[in-house]
Every structure is written in C-alpha cells, then in structure tokens.
Design a protein around this ligand. Structure first.
Ligand code: T46
Length: 150
C-alpha cells in the first residue's frame, strides 16, 4: 500500500516555529472542515470506519498516535509524532487510530463537511466494497493494456 506523507516546511525564527497549511499548496484539496481529537484515554481506539469519498490529512500536532490503514487487501500502520508531517488518507481505506500519548492532539483537515452518509462503519460491508473497487481497477488496467497492444 502506498502511504502518502506530506512534509510541511516550518517557518522558524528565534521566537519558535510556525507551520501554515493552505489548500492547493500543502493540502491537495479544498479544506472544508477542521477538527481535532485530544484528551484521549489510554485505551482509546478512534475511527474504525472507512469513508466513501472524503479526503483527509491527519497531523498529530502534539504528542503521538498510531494510524492503522487497511485497503481491503493490505494493511499497514504508521506513527504520527510530528507537527511537520501529515498523513493523507484518500480513497476507500479502513482506518483505526490508537496508542495516543497522553498529550496527543490529532488535527484533521477534511475535504467535506460532516456527513454521516459518507461513513462505512461495518467492516464486512467495507471489505465487499473494497473488493469490488479492486476488481474494477484490475479490469480497467487489463482493458487499457489490451488497447495499447498493436
Ligand atoms: C476520521 C477519524 C480520523 C461531528 O459532529 N463533526 C465532525 O466533523 C466529526 C468528525 C465528528 N462529529 C461528532 C460525531 C460523533 O458524535 O463527534 C462525535 C465523535 O465522532 P467520531 O466517532 O466519528 O470520531 P472518530 O475520532 O472515531 O473519527 C473521526 C472522524 O469522524 C473520521 O472521519 O477519519 O476521526
């Protein structure tokens, strides 16, 4: 699975650091919503769902947390522990976020307003949709390959 990290340039001087995030520059989509998760309990597991079309960038602006991603065929996990680095989540991906440090603040920039109908909260339903999407992608690639042949 391809992990999309975004590395942000801090504007530092002798007063400290500042990172600016603008749509179309650091963030590759229009930012329609920002939310942040904080004061998590040690055993907290957040997410446990996929989105149909939402695009998001997750930045752990303080502390650290683990993000686990699943595309229906492969799983991977990443540690977010820097305000300089964002994780882009785009496409049909099941996500779970846990291992929050006690001081963690996870900020999320999202491409759409909050919409419950965009959530897929049932893992088996997600697996079925992901498999359908994989098969369509493979079929498209096969047809494209055949068109290319002389
Ligand atoms: C995601 C992960 C990383 C709102 O009213 N507006 C909002 O924009 C959001 C995100 C949530 N809420 C309400 C809905 C629930 O009553 O806040 C409550 C907790 O939301 P949820 O259980 O969805 O929170 P997480 O941390 O499990 O998931 C959130 C996002 O929902 C999700 O899109 O990818 O963070």
């Amino acid at each position: 699975m391809q992990i999309q990290f975004l590395d942000f340039q801090p504007h530092g001087d002798d007063r400290g650091q500042l990172i600016a995030l603008e749509e179309g520059k650091e963030i590759p989509f229009p930012i329609r919503r920002v939310y942040y998760v904080y004061a998590t309990t040690p055993e907290a597991v957040r997410g446990r769902h996929a989105h149909r079309s939402l695009r998001q960038v997750l930045v752990c602006v303080h502390g650290s947390c683990r993000v686990r991603l699943d595309d229906g065929r492969e799983r991977c996990e990443v540690l977010l522990d820097s305000p300089r680095r964002g994780l882009e989540i785009d496409g049909l991906l099941w996500r779970e976020i846990d291992h929050f440090s006690p001081d963690a603040v996870l900020m999320v920039l999202a491409s759409e307003l909050y919409d419950e109908s965009d959530y897929i909260r049932d893992y088996q339903a997600f697996r079925a949709l992901a498999e359908e999407a994989w098969k369509e992608k493979e079929l498209g690639e096969k047809e494209f390959g055949e068109e290319e042949r002389p």
